[in-house]
Design a protein around this ligand. Sequence first.
Ligand code: PEP
Ligand code: MG
Length: 579
Amino acid sequence: MTGERRLAGVAAAPGVARGPWAHVRRERPVGGRIAAGAADAEEQRLRDASNAAADALMALSEQVEAAGHADEAAIFMAHATLAWDPALIETAVARIHERGEDGIAAIAAAGADAAAGLAALDDELLAARAADVVDVAERIARALAGIPEEADLLPGPAIVVAEDLSPSLTATLPREHMLGIALEAGSPTSHAAILARAYGIPAVVGVPGLLAALAGPGGLGTPAAELALDGSTGEAVLDPSPATVADLDGRASRLAEARSHDLEEASLPPVTLDGVEVTLLANIGTPAEAAPARALGARGVGLFRTEFLFLERAAPPTESEQAAAYAEAVAAFGGDPVTIRLLDIGGDKPIPYLPMPHEANPFLGVRALRLALDRPDLFLTQLRACHRAASSGRVKVMAPMVADAGDAALLLDLDRQAREGLALEGVPHGPVELGVMLEIPSAVLAADAYFGSIAFASLGTNDLTQYTLAVDRGNPALERYRDALHPAVLRLIAMAADSAARAGTALSVCGEMAGDPVAALALVGLGVRQLSMGAASLPAVRRAVRGADAEALAAEARAALGDPSAAAVRARFAGLLAG
Ligand code: PEP
Ligand code: MG
């Protein structure tokens, strides 16, 4: 038994966690060749794997059907049938016998051939089936390689440990089993961290050497039996001593007390000492997060990240399914606005049914609204669903990754088509306010050219910081460069506020910056009056606003534009944080 070991990382989601750990990773099956004379046995292995995949897909279909998701159940059932499809399996069997490929290589090639054939037919429905075939072939390959599916990656309660976690894996791991998250890579603005905060799961990221330390010194020692983490300090402790355990348990109970205090304060108005009112809104990723956010005093949703509806499934959600999800959030907010963001995929958020060519720089590639040129159908369906949800409450819709006036015009045009279609078909729908996310510097610099045509804009400071400072939002090695309080980012925010005031366009901030009490003071000083954040941040930001003087914040913000560094700006506003 080795003593406790402490590793320093970056705080990513508050809370304390302690327990066994599980190294979660989704490996890719790697194909190869078989030895001479092994073809018959390999054929049998392939047939067994195809049966196992079909059985698992049928069980999954029954499970989601019982949970009331008939659409998804039908998709899994169709996949089960594909896993038995003779055309697919016999092609793979032939490759084993004729080319000496192993089952993994053979099924992958058979799936790719079938998909290419379907895609070449130039029929949208069949093209969607092409992605299904690839998906099923991959599942069979995983079965052959003995790679577990998500639900099997975390069979019991544990702290999830990984090099990094994709948003889709984070969203689909069984939440009730996730005691905490500890990652070697990642940053507080990476999507795994944002999701952890949304789910209330304590998390630390950017912990160098974590996996090797857990495996035991030099990979030769005994693996750590227990892991503890403090998501507020960024610390990970391997095999914590009894004294550390007592300390962490004390912190956990103080946190629980603070949470009940936060709920009591939720009805206090977020108004500065000199009477400036700030609207506090919530960022959500699923409709289920709406009610808890409202309980903490959110006056609406400033960012509904809808891509989590689109992840880890074989086909995009239908218009009705989306309309129901959006209407659920609208209903939970009873009259307060819900801002739905059109899907933002690509970058670090790929989806299986939308195969995209490899890009050297996906964050600078065909991401978010840029996909609309190729796939307007995805955006039209989503906009129609938004308008349908608007028949039951106040809905705002914003487009991500808008670069300039051309993109704003594209949004308006897609919206017009969606509205006209619904009207023509006599489908009940309501009005939505249209806006853009300001997360590309050019969108801010060119704002005067298009702000007059839209109702609102919301600063996505996670990406705005990434693109302004050339700092990959997921790279822990760049932590010292990442602070959104950098004077260069502040200057862009000040420009956006000026343009918004000139055009009469409402302006909010929905990046993680809005949920940081010190940064929130800077934003109020720059003239921002709407802040949207993960619900857990609402209490601290409310307290910060209530303890500040808006006039003093404005004077500091003007001065901060000339500061030499983010650290200097942070020190300036930290000094104004009450208490
Ligand atoms: C942002 O970029 O600030 C933002 C809110 O969007 P996301 O974090 O989903 O990219
Ligand atoms: Mg963004």
